[in-house]
Design a protein around this ligand. Structure first.
Ligand code: HEM
Length: 395
């Protein structure tokens, strides 16, 4: 067969979506057109099959992250390692936080996250209703990350406000405010770095001091890159847990039998979170740019084309997962793409998993049933998941 060098508009990523429709769209694309082109958002290929996603993420010599790494492209311009550097450049920045994510270093975090979850859930439980996104999942990850990065109280308050405004601006594709709040995050990161230079902390527990302590051939990392890395660390871990917790609560409301099961046996919660991370994968638009022409079946991806690895689709690929749309706690294979794959695979995954487990455990433990009490508002590319889930709580 001759290669298809024409770019047809295979799908429209801008169609209005509901909680289920993206999964139906990706199922259709996996069957009909697994490497699909869209002219929207500057033009990009959506790679929807598990094996192709792994190929894009692991062949970093062909698919670089240095040009565009998210669809749609974010309005800010500066370079933020590790995500914006190909290996081996990204490695020292990753190592600065992975060394703080060992099981023993994360152990004390369970109790700290539990406390935060309790405080946030208390008013919701008292009222018996609210919005799990606005009242809980927009706040919890920022609070935990502020704590993890050991922000002083006034900076933590600032990042809670700026972080959630930035998050909302991203979701609304409001470029002007994305730039404005990104600049504020840069200022905040700059202040923190200056503070640590004057008052160094233990690099074995403090991520900023850990970044400052990195030496390559005796040289510290460049100041501008340390700044970019901290700016990335402060935000990259916030968006996904925000929408994911909303999805998990929609699942519990739709499946009261799963809610009851998890309540009766909390030891199932880690497996349940993994299965929900597969079903409701919060990132779908992390991207690479092709460095040369590459053939995918009958599709020719040209040098310079942007390729989105649609994790949300790959995690429901019927070639990899039996009955992929089913919530199955006994899955033998649960090799998730949720945290990516290859040289940029999420270094924050251990903290993220702990945060999500504690959050879902807190919700399940303190409620008997949850009902959806209004319209679910959804995010769009590059994420998947709700921005608003009005709920009624049966305590
Ligand atoms: C549910 C929560 C999370 C999800 C689903 C998630 C997912 C991901 C994914 C898919 C990537 C790879 C992107 C790519 O290959 O282009 C990534 C990278 C990254 N994540 Fe996460 N993440 C989460 C939470 C966190 C947290 C809590 C942190 C920090 C404490 C974090 C820090 C990072 C960093 C620094 C990178 C870039 C790594 C590199 O480029 O080498 N993430 N994440």
């Amino acid at each position: 067969m001759m290669p298809d060098t024409t770019r047809q508009a295979d799908f429209d990523p801008d169609v209005p979506e509901d909680f289920d429709s993206p999964h139906a769209m990706f199922k259709d694309l996996r069957r009909r057109c697994p490497v699909a082109y869209s002219e929207a958002m500057g033009g990009f290929w959506a790679v929807t099959k598990y094996a192709d996603i792994v190929r894009v993420l692991t062949d970093w010599q062909t698919f670089t992250t240095t040009i565009q790494n998210v669809v749609p492209r974010v309005a800010t311009t500066q370079r933020r390692p590790p995500l914006h550097l190909d290996p081996p450049g990204n490695v020292p920045y990753r190592n600065a936080i992975t060394r703080l994510m060992t099981p023993s270093k994360l152990k004390p975090w369970r109790a700290r996250i539990e406390k935060e979850v309790d405080q946030l859930l208390a008013p919701l439980l008292e009222r018996g209703e609210g919005d799990i996104c606005r009242d809980f999942s927009f706040i919890l990850p920022i609070a935990v990350l502020a704590d993890f990065f050991r922000l002083p109280a006034d900076n933590a308050r600032r990042i809670r406000i700026v972080g959630s405004e930035f998050n909302m601006a991203l979701q609304r594709r409001d470029d002007e405010n994305v730039r404005k709040y990104s600049d504020e995050l840069y200022c905040l990161a700059r202040d923190l770095i200056e503070d640590r230079k004057v008052r160094p902390q233990d690099p074995e527990i403090d991520p900023i001091s850990s970044l400052l302590a990195v030496r390559i051939d005796g040289e510290a990392l460049p100041d501008a890159m340390i700044l970019g890395a901290l700016r990335q660390f402060l935000m990259v871990g916030i968006v996904a847990p925000t929408t994911f917790i909303g999805s998990a609560v929609v699942h519990l409301a739709r499946h009261p039998e799963h809610h009851t099961l998890l309540k009766s046996d909390e030891s199932l919660i880690p497996d349940a979170v993994e299965e929900m991370l597969r079903l409701y994968t919060p990132y779908r638009g992390f991207a690479r740019t092709a460095r040369r022409d590459v053939q995918f079946g009958d599709k020719l991806v040209r040098e310079g084309d942007v390729v989105a690895a649609v994790f949300t689709s790959g995690n429901r690929d019927e070639d990899v997962f039996n009955d992929p749309d089913e919530f199955d706690l006994n899955r033998r294979k649960r090799d998730l793409l949720t945290f990516g794959r290859g040289p940029h695979m999420c270094p924050g995954a251990p903290l993220a998993r702990l945060l999500l487990e504690v959050a879902i455990e807190g919700i399940v433990r303190r409620t008997r049933r949850i009902e959806i009490a209004g319209e679910i508002t959804m995010t769009n590319w590059p994420e998947y998941g709700p921005l608003a889930v009005p709920i009624r709580i049966i305590p």
